[in-house]
Design a protein around this ligand. Structure first.
Ligand code: KG4
Ligand code: ZN
Length: 336
């Protein structure tokens, strides 16, 4: 079966085709709008919707061309139904539904965070259920006991800012631009992670929840204390902030692995592309098996949607409803 996947939940337009026979992605295209939003310091939904509209068909054509397949060869179409921005989601969903209707093929709305999780199953060797999952993206910070396909118990989450959001806000405070994660990671390489002692929020609490807004505020006040910030001080702040995030994530994962007795940790979402955080988790949890997607599949992409769709597409009736769910808790999956 060949499944076409369409991702448009935020500021990346991603299209890919997954082939269940070879268990591989046949072709994929990704376009990031990040530079269009940079001057506003964050994603502007209206600009995002318009840009998806402009790019989605050319990217679809390129993906088809690269695959050597015709649209008629596609067996089903998966699209991100949520969570995400309403306008951008509608662009992907309506494109998917129109194609499905025209081709008389099934379509399925995929949960974006489930896709960030499941893409790890394409690793060789793959993790096997049950496992612990840490999803760290621009909108989420979730610790999940993944019991089986579609059965995800959220055991911890952020009480305020998501991890990627904290990276983006700290980057804004440091005047580094958007998206903040990669900029902070690059600058941190030149800095001293011990220069500032930022808090490791909630690591003293006996639960698996997170809170990153206080950490961001701590960075803000530290910066205010310095009269004229030098480039090397900025790098020290970036490195110390990144270390505080990494140690906080490590501490919560350690606790959750002990508490659940799980042996495997699966990590996903845009922040999982941060090599410092990857390294901290791997060395800190050396007695466990840790899984990450390749860096290019940590941030939003069409491959994860096509792959996730392949689990559900055969099970769904062909339906004509255009359903998007901008707010969709992972605990409320209804397909399967
Ligand atoms: O998963 P994703 O592409 O989109 C959402 O579903 O939110 O994640 C985007 C987030 C942004 O906040 C971005 O700053 C962060 O992931 N990010 C990073 C890195 N690359 C992207 N954060 C830290 N280090 C990185 N290298
Ligand atoms: Zn994402």
């Amino acid at each position: 079966m060949k499944v076409l996947g369409i991702e448009t939940s935020c500021d990346e337009t991603g299209i890919a085709i997954f082939d269940t026979e070879d268990n591989s992605i046949v072709s994929e295209q990704l376009y990031s709008q990040a530079s269009k939003h940079a001057e506003y310091g964050g994603v502007v939904p209206e600009i995002a919707s318009r840009d998806h509209l402009k790019k989605i068909i050319p990217l679809l054509r390129l993906t088809m061309k690269e695959s050597g397949l015709a649209l008629e060869d596609i067996d089903g179409i998966a699209y991100t139904a949520g969570p995400g921005l309403r306008g951008p989601l509608l662009v992907g969903a309506s494109t998917a539904k129109s194609l499905a209707l025209a081709l008389n093929k099934p379509s399925v709305g995929v949960h974006h965070m489930e896709a960030h999780l499941l893409i790890n199953l394409l690793e060789n060797p793959p993790p096997s259920f049950p496992f612990l999952t840490l999803l760290i993206s621009g909108g989420h910070c979730l610790l999940i006991h993944a019991k089986a396909l579609g059965q995800y118990e959220i055991i911890g989450q952020t009480l305020d800012d998501a991890v990627g959001e904290a990276f983006d806000k700290v980057a804004k405070i440091l005047d580094l631009g958007y998206p903040g994660g990669p900029k902070i990671e690059a600058l941190a390489k030149e800095g001293d992670s011990f220069a500032f002692n930022f808090p490791r929020p909630m690591t003293d609490k006996d639960n698996f929840d997170f809170s990153f807004s206080g950490l961001k505020t701590a960075v803000f006040y530290e910066l205010k204390k310095i009269k004229k910030v030098s480039e090397s001080q900025k790098a020290d702040i970036a490195a110390s902030f990144q270390a505080a995030v990494a140690e906080t994530l490590l501490s919560k994962c350690q606790k959750a692995l002990i508490d659940t007795g799980l042996e495997e940790l699966v990590i996903g979402g845009g922040v999982a592309s941060n090599e410092y955080i990857r390294e901290k988790l791997v060395t800190g949890l050396s007695d466990k098996r840790i899984f990450f997607p390749p860096i290019s599949r940590c941030t939003d992409n069409g491959a994860m949607i096509a792959y996730t769709g392949s689990f559900y597409i055969g099970k769904k009736e062909l339906d004509n409803d255009l359903k998007i769910k901008p707010r969709w808790p992972l605990s409320e999956l209804d397909h399967g």
